[in-house]
Design a protein around this ligand. Structure first.
Ligand code: ADE
Length: 416
């Protein structure tokens, strides 16, 4: 019997249409679903997944169920759940514990609930379930055969756990697969961040000065999309190599203390906390828009905004206007949480196709392996190549093949 806590089961038909649309645009995952249907690689596996409950996640969850798994799903962000998708997934046989706008306590309750199902496999986005198992439920962690992690932030947390020698089960760093971060982090976040900014503000990007904090894959994606729409883009960085790369990619680079005075729009993508704090806010122009596309809601200090504001009001959906004591107004998108998922629908299906193909194949490897090392593991290179090949095929793109002579040439160290 399916167990669930969702907002409204009556929305399931609406959710099914959304999922059908995502399935059309996720050809790699759909092909994999079909390919291994007969083998039932996840038969008997209990999978706890903590992911944004979106139409794309639904395509992954349906694939895991089709491969024989029992799935328990919680949201990886209190504001990103698409309630109609949650309802449809319950109808598809998933145990879903997620409601858009759930409180911090409910968010934690949902994580505890999926952990208490004693999973064999844990699929995480941000590392909260892995952290919960290692901190609060080590007995259940010992039962876990293996896990996966979707994000840069989560992989950093897991590597810290590994370094301490405390990792209890092996975890595949799905984020680190090339067919994940080169596309999802860059093109997915790049486009969906602009999408969220537009839905929340409907502003004209052309002619604006957009400040992007962090020039990792996510920062690169946002910067290139903003530039493509006619913005003047400024990058702030702490890493000299990345800063140099940004300069040579044609962006202005400067400290946030300077950029704060110039920017119209500020988007954080650094993975760190307090990247925009009062010392910056106090210099910003009246009307500046602030948002975050990093995993956690710690990059823009909402506490600093609240402490220095006379009050706030929701001026549009997902847009809060803070009236500061000096009379300026600053605008915060999506409460400083992942704006691309709160104010828009997250990454488009076409990129989640590759990210979730990696997730599905990593779960399959865990189920089929014995004795995986208790480490943060890379998804095998062959999986990356298989996914890229399938994606190209689905796009009708053909590429060259090495001749035997070229292959020999590449493998030889000799002079001739
Ligand atoms: N992370 C970013 N975009 C996403 C989406 N559309 N679905 C699930 N997780 C996501």
């Amino acid at each position: 019997m399916v167990d669930f806590w969702v907002a409204d089961l009556g929305k399931k038909e609406e959710g099914k249409l959304q999922i059908e649309w995502a399935e059309r645009n996720m050809p790699v995952l759909m092909k994999l679903r079909k390919k291994y249907l007969g083998n039932q690689p996840l038969r008997g596996m209990r999978v706890a997944a903590c992911l944004h409950v979106t139409k794309e996640t639904a395509v992954l969850v349906k694939t895991l169920i089709a491969w024989g798994a029992e799935v328990f799903l919680a949201a990886s962000n209190p504001l990103s759940t698409q309630d109609e998708v949650a309802a449809a997934l319950v109808d598809e046989g998933a145990n879903v514990f997620a409601k858009r706008g759930e409180s911090a306590d409910e968010y934690l309750w949902a994580i505890r609930t999926i952990v208490e199902k004693t999973p064999d496999i844990v699929i995480d986005d941000g590392g909260d379930v892995h952290a919960y198992l290692h901190e609060k439920d080590r007995e259940r962690a010992k039962h876990v055969k293996g896990g996966t992690e979707e994000t840069t932030t989560g992989v950093i947390r897991l590597k810290a756990l590994e370094k301490e020698g405390s990792l209890i089960y092996p975890v595949f760093a799905v984020n680190d697969a090339l067919t994940k971060h080169m596309f999802d982090n860059r093109y997915g976040t790049g486009q969906s961040t602009i999408d969220g900014l537009l839905r929340a503000t409907n502003m004209l990007i052309a002619g604006k000065t957009v400040v992007v904090a962090g020039y990792g894959w996510v920062g690169k994606g946002i910067a290139s999309r903003a530039k493509g729409m006619g913005a003047r883009v400024i990058i702030t960085e702490v890493n000299p190599v990345r800063a140099l790369e940004a300069v040579m990619d044609g962006y202005e680079v400067m400290p946030m203390a300077k950029a704060a005075e110039i920017g119209d729009v500020f988007v954080t993508a650094s993975g760190n906390k307090d990247v925009i704090r009062w010392e910056h806010m106090k210099k910003m122009k009246d009307g500046s828009v602030l948002g975050n596309s990093g995993h956690f809601n710690v990059e823009v200090s909402v506490k600093d905004l609240e402490e220095n504001a006379e009050g706030w009001r929701e001026i549009r959906k997902n847009l809060r206007e803070y009236k500061l004591k000096d009379g300026r107004r600053l605008y915060l998108v999506g409460e400083g949480r992942l704006l691309n998922l709160v104010a828009a629908e997250g990454h488009p299906s076409e990129v989640m196709d590759m990210s979730f193909a990696n997730q599905a194949l990593a779960a399959k490897i865990i189920a089929e392996s014995t004795g995986l090392e208790r480490r943060v593991l890379n998804v095998p290179k062959e999986v990356d190549l298989e996914i890229a090949t399938m994606k190209l095929e689905s796009m009708g793109v053909e590429i060259d093949k090495l001749t035997e002579e070229q292959q020999r040439y590449l493998e030889s160290w000799r002079l001739e």
